[in-house]
Design a protein around this ligand. Structure first.
Ligand code: FES
Ligand code: FES
Length: 494
């Protein structure tokens, strides 16, 4: 209601299930998660959103402090943080640091700008507000030029883009980790009122090349190789019609054997996820583990007084940027415009042009604001291509929106690993040798290196690293940028 019907897009949707706080508004003065409130419950009551804080172009004192303390980084959580902070200050005009933390505990900031938000609420009240003091080396704090956009809700993220006649798209995803698709029956879905297009592998054979550097990864694959693999997509006049159509698609799956663990995937007799086997070929096409060696391991272990062996497991982790994936596409004749949250405008433009077979000069990619990326939004995503294909099919603008769950399943995260170490050292704690045998789970597609780094952090003359980038039936893995925690810099965890 707020975003679509009233155009109050300053209220963001990060999870749509009462977890993140990006949608926080005030209902009769109290903070609530808008995503967990039915609009009819607000009938006759006062709803305050971030748009109500400023007086025209005049920021409220709290917004001003958010800008001065550089609260918003990507800015996607900022509206919710402001609404929680404003409610707190109405109740407790001079809060302690702990009260501020407590009052804003329901608002997640994936950029980890918590301390800056806390300082902004406290402002100069506390004597230890280090981040408000002038820097001595490079001058003084300089507010971001677009700070006011971010604290007023006026910053336009891709999900805020509305175009005349725009259709809404939804993607049907595999419930199986590995299955052959015998048939996709879209007839009933296509007949539903409001449905403008239904596409699947039967009608769309576009290859998403940045989704896999070694194999042909189609927008819709057969077999499907992980839970969440896209099977079909629908464009309709509104979200409800698109979701209804999705439920009307009948898919006949033949479940296949699957494997989730990268080490297990290399055992003889395990189902092959890609043609040629589960060890992903290197850049030269050879199916061999990636090796790095320096010094002489035998010499190192012979010189060691102590040799330790241990193994470690790291799990798949999603990048979890607060803004879920969304893409809007519109064709004007043969020219394509795509609005998408991307860290790589030109990568995305190049990828779209190549995959859709149009000249790069005919593709325009727009990203005004992006709600965090953390390595997850570097290339063109399948949502960009699906939006473009549906837009061409329907001759209308199309917006593809992923839910938070789809973003976790359908995009990518950091690769899980199994790491076996043998380490030799002398009694004075000097490392003499490190031998690593590692397995990284790529998921069923090679979207990134699957490398395991870290050995070179240690001073050691003799090292060997043998890594097996392996196909599994887990969610796809790729680039992941962790947010560093820097104590005292204002960018640490709350
Ligand atoms: S809590 Fe409502 S969008 Fe996350
Ligand atoms: S600034 Fe909070 S999620 Fe990015």
């Amino acid at each position: 209601m707020l975003r679509d019907h009233l155009g109050l897009t300053g209220t963001r949707i990060g999870c749509d299930r009462g977890e993140c706080g990006a949608c926080t508004v005030r209902l009769d003065g109290n903070t609530v998660y808008a995503c967990s409130q039915l609009a009819v419950w607000a009938n006759g009551r006062e709803v305050s959103t971030v748009e109500g804080l400023a007086d025209g172009d005049q920021l409220s004192p709290l917004q001003q402090r958010f800008v001065e303390h550089d609260g918003p980084q990507c800015g996607f959580c900022t509206s919710g943080q402001l609404m929680s902070a404003s409610a707190l200050l109405d109740d407790v005009p001079d809060p302690t640091r702990d009260q501020v933390r407590e009052g804003m505990v329901g608002n997640i900031c994936r950029c980890s700008n918590y301390n800056r938000y806390v300082e902004a609420v406290l402002d100069g009240a506390s004597p230890d507000t280090a981040s408000t003091q002038a820097l001595t080396k490079v001058g003084t704090l300089t507010p971001r030029v677009d700070g006011p956009e971010r604290v007023t809700g006026r910053a336009r993220y891709t999900g805020d883009v509305q175009l005349p006649g725009m259709l809404y798209a939804r993607v049907l995803r595999s419930p199986h980790p590995h299955a052959r698709v015998r048939r996709v029956d879209t007839r009933a879905a296509g007949r539903l009122p409001g449905v403008r297009a239904v596409i699947s592998r039967d009608t769309c054979d576009v290859i998403w090349r940045s989704g896999d550097s070694r194999n042909d990864r189609f927008l819709f694959n057969n077999p499907v190789r992980f839970v969440g693999d896209a099977v079909a997509a629908v464009a309709a006049v509104d979200r409800h019609s698109a979701e209804e159509a999705l439920a009307a698609i009948v898919v006949d799956y033949e479940p296949l054997e699957f494997v989730l663990d990268p080490e297990e995937a290399l055992r003889p007799g395990t189902v092959a996820i890609q043609e040629g086997g589960n060890l992903s070929p290197n850049g030269r096409g050879a199916r061999e583990p990636e090796r790095y060696e320096r010094g002489d391991l035998d010499t190192g272990f012979a010189a060691s007084d102590l040799i330790l062996e241990d193994d470690f497991t790291s799990k798949h982790i999603n990048n979890a940027q607060l803004e879920p994936r969304v893409s809007v596409a519109q064709w004007n004749g043969d020219r394509l415009t795509v609005w998408t949250p991307t860290q790589g405008i030109s990568n995305c433009q190049r990828d779209l042009a190549r995959d859709l077979d149009v000249p790069p000069g005919d593709v325009r990619v727009i990203c005004e604001y992006m709600g965090g990326g953390f390595g997850n939004k570097n290339q063109c995503q399948d949502s960009d291509l699906i939006a473009a294909v549906l837009a061409r099919e329907t001759d209308s603008a199309v917006k593809v929106e992923y839910t938070r769950k789809e973003d976790f399943l359908g995009v990518h995260g950091r690769w899980p690993t199994r790491q076996y170490y043998r380490v030799g050292a002398t009694r004075d704690s000097t490392l003499q040798a490190i031998d690593l045998r590692g397995y990284s789970g790529l998921g069923p597609h090679r979207k990134s290196s699957g490398g395991i780094s870290g050995i070179e952090l240690f001073r050691c003359p003799n090292v060997r690293r043998t890594v097996h980038p392996t196909y599994t039936n887990m969610t796809v893995s790729a680039t992941f940028a962790a947010r560093r925690i820097r104590r005292g810099s204002g960018a640490s965890s709350r």
